[in-house]
Design a protein around this ligand. Structure first.
Ligand code: HEM
Length: 154
């Protein structure tokens, strides 16, 4: 169950949206030493922010424990963008992911259907699986006692 809290690592390593909606600078401003004039179009890159080694040591590695040990700021972790035009589906999506994962994993034992690797590929501004996703087969059913202890907080 603690690993549901670490679920954000999946959207860290493969954010579904690679970039945010473009923003236009209204008044000249300076960010991290860079000056942007009014009218400049900025496109925050979620993928690159999530791959910064300064924020996420060994960024290429899938390491859910990083989210158990640490909280990341909205400037470091932004799979849903941010600010006043951030994704309206953020809370819903995170809750849905936890619920689906916890429900399936608490009821069934699963094994990989095959050993074929699945790669992330770019489709437009999104990342999708290279094939039909990670296919699994149900290899067993879990005991009801395990299921009853399932309490998921949003
Ligand atoms: C894992 C699921 C999802 C991801 C990763 C995601 C990601 C994003 C991102 C990156 C943006 C751009 C935000 C920005 O530029 O700051 C966005 C915008 C948006 N998303 Fe999502 N989204 C998800 C699910 C949903 C769902 C379930 C809904 C609807 C219930 C939704 C509705 C929207 C809308 C309406 C916007 C535009 C907001 C605006 O421009 O004001 N998204 N999403």
């Amino acid at each position: 169950m603690p690993y549901l809290t670490a679920l954000p690592e999946t959207l860290r390593i493969y954010p579904i949206a690679l970039i945010c909606t473009p923003r236009m600078v209204q008044e000249s401003l300076q960010v991290a030493g860079y000056k942007f004039e009014s009218g400049t179009v900025l496109v925050p890159c979620i993928y690159l922010a999530h791959r910064r080694a300064e924020t996420y040591p060994q960024p290429e590695q899938f390491n859910p424990e990083r989210f158990l040990k640490q909280k990341f700021s909205p400037y470091e972790y932004l799979p849903f963008g941010g600010g006043s035009r951030g994704c309206i589906g953020t809370a819903f999506s995170m809750y849905e992911m936890k619920l689906v994962l916890a429900t399936i994993l608490s009821r069934f034992e699963l094994t990989l259907a095959n050993q074929r690797p699945v790669y992330p590929v770019r489709r437009g501004i999104t990342i999708v699986p290279s094939s039909n996703g990670v296919q699994m087969v149900v290899s067993g059913e879990r005991q009801a006692a395990t299921r009853e202890s399932l309490v998921i907080s949003p």
